[in-house]
Structures are given as structure tokens and as C-alpha cells.
Ligand binder design. Structure first.
Ligand code: GRF
Length: 205
């Protein structure tokens, strides 16, 4: 009997290096899942080429074509539901997620953010960290809620901040950790046996 792997959908806006980390983890047998579709809201998103190279279906759904966020989100939800995905992974997807998508996938949407949340949500997280002068930065995978970068935390990793760091060098150090923890977090989600109490995401011990 062919093995049935849970389907995931990945939403991107840009270069897609975290998408690539998921593709690689699946290829290397570290993540028992199948990416059913990659959806970009920008036709020029570099990650689309990565998906095509891996033989994954791609869709471009431009948010600008819709009168409001809910209309855009409803189409995203319909496409993901049609492919029976168990989990939606935001990987550099630069749009807030609205009610239609949140309701279609309750506690089933993950995001990766390049800071130790709740510090430095929003754009330019690595620059915010440098300018604040923190000595440790990092990456966070969290469940997506209506609050920007505010949902329960699934996985985090820290990196040191060096005195000679620039936004570029710190971002590169964080990105290595992003690529490590995102596939791990997806695996944890798909394995099940977790629950969310208040803000706390916990695995059954
Ligand atoms: C990553 O730093 C991710 O944490 C943030 O956006 C960036 C996307 O990079 N949300 P990529 O498109 O995955 O290379």
C-alpha cells in the first residue's frame, strides 16, 4: 500500500528559503509530509521556482486583485481546503491572515518569524533587535492568530548577537536556525499529541 503522507500548503511572498528547508527535510526523510501546493501572492516570488523545480503545484493569487482581505483570504482558504491540507505554513508570506483562513484552519496555521517573540514582532525584526541592543536574538515558529506574530509559540532557537554584527550578518545567523526549526515544528504539529492552553503550546510528555 502506498504511504499516505499528510498534505501541507505553503504560502510565500519572496525568495522561499524556508520553503526550500521544508522541501529538503521531506526529501531527506526527516519530515513525513507532502507539500500539496505553494501559493504566492506575488508573481515574482523566487520561491515559486523552487517549488516548480521540486515538482510541486504552484498558484499565484495576487491580493491586489481582491476588494478586501477577507475576499482574498476566502480564495486562499478554498484552494487549501480543496487540496485537503492538514496544515498551512506561512514562509515569508507578507500578509496578515484574516478570519476566513483562520476559521478554515483553526490552530492549523504556522508562521516563522526572525526574532525571539514576543520581542520584535512585525517587519525588520533583525534590525529591531540590533537597534535595541539585545545580546541574543533568534527565530520563532508560532501558531497564527488574528494578532500579528502573536500566537502560541511552538518552537524557538537563539543565536548570539556579536558586537560587529550588521543586519545582514545577524539575519544570516538567524536564517540557519529558521531552516532547522521550521521543519521540526511542522513535524511536531503533524505528529499530534499537543494542546494549547491559554498561550501555552505543549506536547504530551
Ligand atoms: C524569513 O526571515 C522569515 O522568518 C520571515 O521572512 C523571511 C522569509 O525568508 N517571516 P524566505 O522567503 O523563507 O527565504
Amino acid at each position: 500500500m502506498p504511504e499516505i503522507r499528510p498534505a501541507i500548503g505553503v504560502l510565500i511572498s519572496g525568495r522561499g528559503s524556508n520553503l526550500q528547508a521544508l522541501i529538503d527535510a521531506i526529501d531527506q526523510g526527516k519530515l513525513p509530509a507532502a507539500i500539496a501546493v505553494v501559493i504566492a501572492n506575488r508573481p515574482g516570488a523566487g520561491g515559486l521556482e523552487r517549488a516548480r523545480a521540486a515538482g510541486i503545484e504552484t498558484l499565484v493569487i495576487e491580493h491586489r486583485a481582491f476588494p478586501n482581505r477577507d475576499a482574498f483570504d476566502q480564495v486562499l482558504a478554498n484552494e487549501l481546503l480543496a487540496r485537503r491540507v492538514s496544515l498551512v505554513c506561512l514562509a515569508g508570506f507578507m500578509r496578515l491572515i484574516g478570519t476566513p483562513l483562520l476559521e478554515a484552519f483553526p490552530n492549523r496555521i504556522l508562521n516563522i518569524h526572525p526574532s525571539l517573540l514576543p520581542a520584535f514582532p512585525g517587519v525588520d525584526a533583525q534590525r529591531q533587535a540590533l537597534e535595541h541592543g539585545v545580546k541574543f536574538a533568534g527565530a520563532t515558529v508560532h501558531l497564527v492568530t488574528a494578532e500579528l506574530d502573536g500566537g502560541p509559540i511552538v518552537q524557538q532557537a537563539t543565536v548570539p548577537v556579536r558586537d560587529d554584527d550588521t543586519v545582514e550578518t545577524l539575519s544570516a545567523r538567524i536564517l540557519i536556525e529558521e531552516h532547522r526549526i521550521y521543519p521540526e515544528a511542522v513535524r511536531i504539529m503533524l505528529d499530534g499529541g499537543w494542546n494549547v492552553t491559554g498561550r501555552r503550546f505543549r506536547r504530551r510528555s
